[in-house]
Ligand binder design. Structure first.
Ligand SMILES: [Zn+2]
Ligand SMILES: [Zn+2]
Length: 279
């Protein structure tokens, strides 16, 4: 098993901390780590977020996000290189926040580095950090409007040609809010765009640890993705060592039930296919 969505951000950028993730991987039967720190961990990426503060004063977003950006991308890359040299099988990635306002800035910032793969995520609808806390924003939002805004941004991200993998496809459901309207047509259009752009999606067990208690994406979306032959990764979205490889067998079982027999990893932004392990 290969886990392609892991964050180190809750600890120091030290080899001892990285080793804790690898120790847990071995316990879980995970043979490779895709490390994907958020772009908002790094001061280098601050210019891609500037518009959030210029456009208004939404404390729902700024109260936590403004305190980020404390690390240097060079320190991150140096740590992962050192980990590799110690024999930890890892790939170097990032989880890129997508904002149409800063697409060009982000593209320029990413060009300076050699990543193995990039995840693309929509975590913000305008200034609203919708997956932060259920009480932040959701009580005064219409879920249908939130879903429509999310789908629109996801489509823009897919068309942007910035990333390799679409992270947590339907994370908009994180706190259990569902659209009252049938939006299957729109999800279908999004999946077709993902297929046309030759991007992969994640089968992410992180949703099992959230109030929604459901893998991203939900089964109907994954079945449709399989029909469109959209490649998948298997991902825990671990933020602490204990979550590496979290319930990956459930992810693999869902992938198989949806019609998949393979999943992928990346090296130098190129996809590598693997058979799904037997359970
Ligand atoms: Zn994310
Ligand atoms: Zn993540």
């Amino acid at each position: 098993m290969i886990d392609y969505h892991i964050h180190l951000e809750r600890g120091p950028y030290s080899l001892a901390w990285l080793q804790e993730f690898w120790d847990q991987a071995q316990i879980q039967g995970v043979s490779e780590l895709g490390i994907t720190e958020h772009t908002h961990q790094f001061k280098e990426f601050l210019p891609a977020y500037d518009h959030l503060w210029k456009s208004g004063s939404d404390s729902r977003t700024t109260s936590w996000l403004r305190d980020q950006f404390g690390n240097s991308l060079q320190d991150y890359l140096r740590l992962l290189d050192a980990g590799r040299n110690l024999g930890i099988p890892l790939k170097i990635g990032l989880e890129v926040d997508y904002f149409p306002e800063s697409e060009g800035v982000m593209r320029t910032l990413l060009q300076g580095y050699d990543f193995d793969f990039l995840l693309g995520s929509v975590h913000f609808l305008g200034n609203w950090s919708f997956d932060w806390k259920p009480e932040a924003g959701w009580p005064d939002r219409d879920p249908d409007q939130a879903y429509l805004a999310y789908l629109e941004l996801m489509e823009k991200m897919v068309l942007s040609n910035l990333v390799d993998v679409v992270a947590h496809l339907d994370v908009i459901k994180v706190f259990g809010h569902r659209a009252s309207r049938n939006l299957e047509d729109k999800w279908g259009v999004l999946l077709q765009h993902i297929a046309d752009a030759d991007l992969a999606i994640e089968v992410s067990t992180a949703g099992l640890r959230k109030p929604v208690e459901e893998i991203y994406p939900r089964p109907a979306l994954l079945r449709q993705a399989a029909r469109l032959k959209i490649p998948i990764t298997i991902a825990s979205d671990a933020h602490v060592p204990q979550d590496v490889g979290d319930r990956w067998r459930k992810g693999v079982a869902l992938a198989k039930a949806s019609g998949y027999d393979s999943y992928c990893s990346f090296k130098g932004r190129k996809r590598i296919n693997h058979r799904l392990p037997s359970l």
